[in-house]
Design a protein around this ligand. Structure first.
Ligand code: GDP
Ligand code: MG
Length: 750
């Protein structure tokens, strides 16, 4: 069976085309060793069935991301009969960058110009014949979404797959062309196939290539000593990239013609919107406002601020659904779902409890199952709806093309502090999960820039930290009756971002000085998000969350319950005696550490619960709330005259006597301290050496300690803000003096 592979930039429409081609034959697996989807299927319209593979989306064939490595290795080693290179024709210049690299491999390639429906709507015309001539590959215009041109594409691909193709390069005018030629000859001598491709990569000093061919590498290194480009010095990687872009602009874009008459309205609509949305000054407030709307929809107990108008018409008092739509105000969609989940989990736990009692189960068994296992799980699961709502909203922002604008807006800001716009995407990904975000920093070329970015990624609070924010800010609202949960949550996210910015400034001015990676980006036109793609994003998150909940988090809560219900002689302790448990004993030892942060020795009771919760969070951040819930259930049932309708976490916090600043400091601490185990392992893997990694851990600990102390101290004694402002001013002046007025190394590496 012939094998065709689909290759192209992310969002070029590969999966859409793949689905059109393969229909029901498709199946999804994983690439070995990584969590990147592998889609395979069969195309049956010809007599001869053809296997189709959807390669991961890539911008180049460099070894920076797992996707790039997978796609590159597949194309080079698995001998596909034809590569269908999908090009987003609305963004043709950037997409053809990959094409210039595929061109160098000795494999048949057909270019599919996708999204032609949109191109036509915008009044742009692409001269396919001319483009075909210039690139020297068959080009077919298609619309994967509407199935247009797909049959012709497959015919051409089938045709192309019958003959071998010799790789060729667009780097004809580069000064490196002789060197490439020499390397190719050397590689041919070694019997390497696709020698042209490997020769170019070798000249780029691509790390995979250098490791594979040490002998010819020496030739490149010799040449380097005698060569220097005016703009790029001896950065051959940059020289080659620049030559590719220049070639594309000079030859390929001739085929793209904007018609003056028709093109105007559609194109300028997007442009007009961008005039405001990416405005130099307004861009950032608009971003913050959009972010606020997102949090309002997810967390507000007073949706659209209608509380004063509605009174408590929605309270449903007396029914099982009391408070579902809010209490004295309208709840936001996120909160309604949260309440619903809460009602469901509470009911299930009650049933199990009653069932076990009638069966005559022993006290410890009921406790372990209802408080330890179910209580801990419910504590985490009840936040699932809000996590999903937040994710859905983030996915909408991403699919419409707004997130690309955010990277663009923040690039201007971050560049001032010595960080490229390329660092922004990983940071935004950090709102989802730090692990892929840290891996994504591989697109940063400068090691110090990468290290800086990896260190601040956890400050962009991830989905797993959300329950901490929601539970604790919920408790603040419930107990003190101040503020709205959405305002508090939003504020905490903003503190995280500020923390990241200040850390970047400090690091880039001191220990992590380095070059700034160039950031060239074309803004995609705004698109209406597709329901299926949104649902897929949300489903991925749900799957991941459930997997974690029923493994790590479940195991952790069981262990926490056991060590909180046995003493050192392994005697079972009922809830009333949990203060004599192993956990209470060990926990009490660390309590003084947290005194400066407000949740240490000054608390009357149960201070150790905070410390223990923070430490279990090092395994997975969901554990913080799971531990809280499991322990709170015992503490409240054992020690407090429990109040109807008030969650046990809130009641427990009440008995500890923690103040608002202390609770905020607790959130801050968990948000900025050492992240979960998986993120730490990733940070280690992505660090250049052991020392950098150790410093990263120290940095996280120190930052979280200092920042949460500031939150607590300033929150309690407002006037101390002046003292802290003074200290920070001195720090900045000292750094400035130390670096002799040059705060940042702003040399841009192109
Ligand atoms: P992939 O990342 O390359 O797999 O891209 P997808 O197949 O997920 O497509 C990205 C987005 O582009 C989706 O929202 C698709 O619906 C949309 N899309 C794909 N092909 C076309 C097309 O021909 N026309 C239009 N207008 N949209 C398309
Ligand atoms: Mg895809």
């Amino acid at each position: 069976m012939k094998k065709f592979a689909l290759a192209g930039n992310p969002n070029a429409g590969k999966t859409t085309l793949f689905n059109t081609l393969t229909g029901a034959t498709a199946h999804v697996g994983n690439w070995p060793g990584v969590t990147v989807d592998k889609r395979e299927g069969v195309y049956k319209k010809f007599g001869d069935p053809i296997s189709i593979l959807d390669l991961p989306g890539i911008y180049s064939l460099s070894p920076y991301t797992p996707e790039e490595v997978i796609s590159r290795n597949y194309i080079l080693n698995e001998n596909p009969d034809c590569i269908i290179n999908i090009v987003d024709a609305t963004n043709i210049e950037r997409n053809l960058y990959l094409t210039t690299q595929l061109l160098e491999i000795d494999v048949p390639v057909v270019v599919a110009l996708n999204m032609m429906d949109e191109v036509k709507k915008s009044g742009v015309e692409i001269d396919v014949k001319l483009l075909e001539e210039k690139i020297g590959l068959p080009v077919v215009s298609i619309s994967a979404l509407h199935g247009e041109g797909v049959d012709e594409l497959m015919k051409k691909a089938y045709e192309a797959s019958k003959t071998k193709r010799q790789g060729k390069t667009v780097l004809e005018n580069s000064e490196l062309v002789h060197l490439i030629g020499d390397c190719k000859i050397a590689l041919d001598g070694l019997g390497v196939k696709d020698s042209l491709f490997h020769a170019v990569k070798l000249v780029e000093m691509d790390e995979l290539e250098v490791a594979a061919h040490p002998q010819p590498t020496k030739v490149v290194e010799e040449f380097k000593k005698t060569f220097k480009d005016d703009t790029f010095g001896t950065d051959f990687d940059a020289i080659v990239a620049d030559a590719r872009y220049k070639y594309i602009t000079k030859h390929y874009t001739k085929a793209v013609k904007k018609s003056v008459t028709k093109g105007k309205d559609k194109n300028t609509k997007s442009d007009k919107a961008d005039k405001i949305i990416t405005h130099k000054i307004w861009g950032i407030p608009i971003f913050l406002a959009i972010l606020f709307v997102v949090f309002h929809v997810t967390f507000s107990e007073n949706f659209l601020f209608l509380g004063w108008l509605l009174g408590d018409w929605t309270s449903l008092s007396g029914t099982a659904f009391e408070g579902l739509f809010g209490d004295g105000a309208l709840a936001s969609p996120g909160v309604v779902l949260f309440n619903l989940m809460d009602i469901v989990t509470a009911t299930v736990i009650e049933w199990v409890n009653a069932g076990l009692e009638t069966l005559g189960a022993s006290e410890w068994a009921i406790g372990l199952l209802c408080d330890g296992v179910l209580g801990g799980l419910a504590g985490v699961l009840s936040f699932l709806p809000q996590i999903l709502v937040l994710f859905l909203l983030f996915s909408i922002l991403e699919d419409t093309g707004y997130m690309a604008r955010v990277a663009f807006i923040l690039d201007r800001l971050f560049r001032k502090f010595g960080l490229s716009g390329r660092a922004v995407m990983p940071m935004i990904m950090g709102f989802g999960c730090s692990v892929p975000a840290m891996v994504n920093t591989r697109t940063l070329l400068d090691q110090k820039e990468r290290t800086t970015t990896i260190r601040v990624i956890p400050f962009f609070s991830c989905g797993a930290k959300l329950p901490i924010l929601t539970a604790v800010s919920g408790a603040i609202v419930m107990k003190f009756g101040v503020g709205n949960a959405d305002v508090i949550t939003y504020g905490m996210y903003v503190i995280g971002i500020i923390c990241a910015i200040v850390s970047v400034i400090l690091m880039r001015a001191t220990t992590q000085k380095g070059d700034v990676t160039p950031f060239i980006m074309e803004l995609p036109t705004y698109r209406k998000p597709q329901t299926t793609s949104l649902l897929l994003h949300v489903w991925d998150k749900l799957k991941h969350f459930l997997e974690k909940a029923f493994t790590i988090i479940l195991a952790s809560t069981v262990i926490i319950w056991i060590v909180s219900h046995f003493d050192w002689n392994w005697h079972f302790l009922p809830d009333e005696d949990i203060d004599k448990s192993i956990l209470a004993g060990v926990g009490s030892l660390i309590v003084p550490l947290f005194t400066p942060l407000g949740f240490g020795s000054q608390l009357s009771n149960w201070a150790w619960v905070f410390g223990v919760a923070a430490i279990t969070g090092l395994i997975a951040k969901e554990n913080v709330v799971a531990t809280f819930s499991a322990l709170a259930a015992c503490i409240v049932s054992g020690f407090v005259d429990s109040q109807e309708g008030v969650s046990s976490v809130v009641q427990m916090i009440e008995t500890t006597g923690a103040t608002i600043p202390a609770l905020l400091a607790f959130i801050t601490f968990n948000m900025t301290t050492i992240p979960c185990f998986a993120a730490v392992a990733t940070a280690k893997l992505e660090s250049p050496d052991k020392k950098t990694f150790t410093n990263t851990l120290v940095f996280w600990l120190a930052t979280s300690y200092v920042v949460s102390m500031m939150v607590y101290v300033i929150g309690t004694w407002l006037w101390t803000a002046f003292i802290f402002a003074g200290i920070w001013a001195v720090v900045f002046v000292l750094i400035r003096l130390h670096s002799k007025g040059k705060l940042f190394n702003r040399k841009v590496k192109k």
